[in-house]
Design a protein around this ligand. Structure first.
Ligand SMILES: Nc1ncnc2c1ncn2[C@@H]1O[C@H](COP(=O)(O)OP(=O)(O)O)[C@@H](O)[C@H]1O
Ligand SMILES: [Mg+2]
Length: 260
């Protein structure tokens, strides 16, 4: 297996800064890595260095892609002779909330999906919920106002903020019921080829349940506790583009080493 990291745009021979430690530690484990210019992919330019060997499994660790760009990325990897560990379909399955939701509906806040540029106000008003948690299919609103709306009008405003700050609504809009989580209770777990890995000594039952239901080679599972003490899934993510959160570098690279 080879791991691809985005290079630093100013120093192409070095990994992009947030991935430097991980890239060095992975090489110390003897796993081959290559660097490529993330921003050049949109110009059709993909020249990983060192080159990918023919027939090699390829894993990526780096910035998020939208699902069209990830499809293009995996096409580039194949053209260079590599085999992407995570197909475009696998990526979308964990990256987009509407794709994993039906398999985990009983484990995560109830969610309604709205088509991009549809009549948001009418559809949200029809829900008549007390409050609405708003995100697109990938991320919540990072603006100061946050993602929780108490009225449909506020919800529409948050959709506008997500569009403004991130440049686009990715996929569509997710409107989620608001649940009350214990502060600081959220933890990230990783699943590699059906096995769950935990940053704490045990793997919670809810994560094991997810592993039975979601078929993708490498993904993350975020779990928080409600104020009543119930474990709930906050979101899944593709493992390649998930931050390490509370994981130490050492523990995290040990799971990457399990992959290949
Ligand atoms: N339905 C919800 N009700 C209340 N709080 C939520 C809900 N969903 C998410 N949150 C809180 O908002 C945070 C960000 O939401 P999340 O879905 O993880 O989006 P992001 O992709 O931006 O991380 C979560 O860590 C959690 O604390
Ligand atoms: Mg999150």
């Amino acid at each position: 297996m080879r791991i691809l990291y985005p290079c630093n745009p100013l120093e192409p021979k070095e990994p992009d800064q947030p991935y430097t430690d991980e890239c060095i530690a992975i090489q110390q484990l003897g796993i081959p890595v290559s660097l490529f210019a993330y921003d050049n992919l949109s110009f059709g330019d993909f020249k990983p260095l060192p080159r990918i060997e023919s027939g090699e499994m390829v894993l990526y660790r780096g910035w998020m892609f939208n699902i069209i760009a990830y499809q293009e990325f995996t096409d580039f990897i194949r053209k260079k002779g590599g085999i992407p560990l995570t197909s475009a379909a696998d990526y979308a399955h964990c990256h987009h909330l509407n794709q994993w939701y039906s398999a985990c509906a009983d484990l995560t806040p109830e969610t309604v999906f709205l088509e991009r540029d549809s009549n948001y106000l009418e559809q949200i008003s029809n829900l008549k919920w007390d409050a609405y948690f708003i995100k697109d299919f990938v991320k919540s609103n990072t603006d100061g106002q946050g993602s929780i709306a108490n009225t449909p009008e506020q919800a529409v405003k948050i959709i506008g903020l997500i569009e403004q700050y991130r440049g686009e609504i990715e996929g569509g809009v997710s409107v989620r019921k608001v649940e009350c989580f214990q502060p600081q209770s959220e933890l990230r777990f990783f699943v590699v080829n059906g096995t769950a890995y935990s940053p704490i000594p045990e793997v919670p039952a809810i994560v094991e349940t997810v592993t039975q239901r979601i078929d993708a080679p490498f993904y993350s599972v975020d779990v928080a506790k409600t104020v009543e003490g119930k474990e709930r899934i906050i979101e899944l993510g593709d493992g390649q583009v998930s931050e390490r959160k509370t994981w130490t570098l050492e523990r995290f690279i040990n799971i990457l080493a399990q992959i290949g």
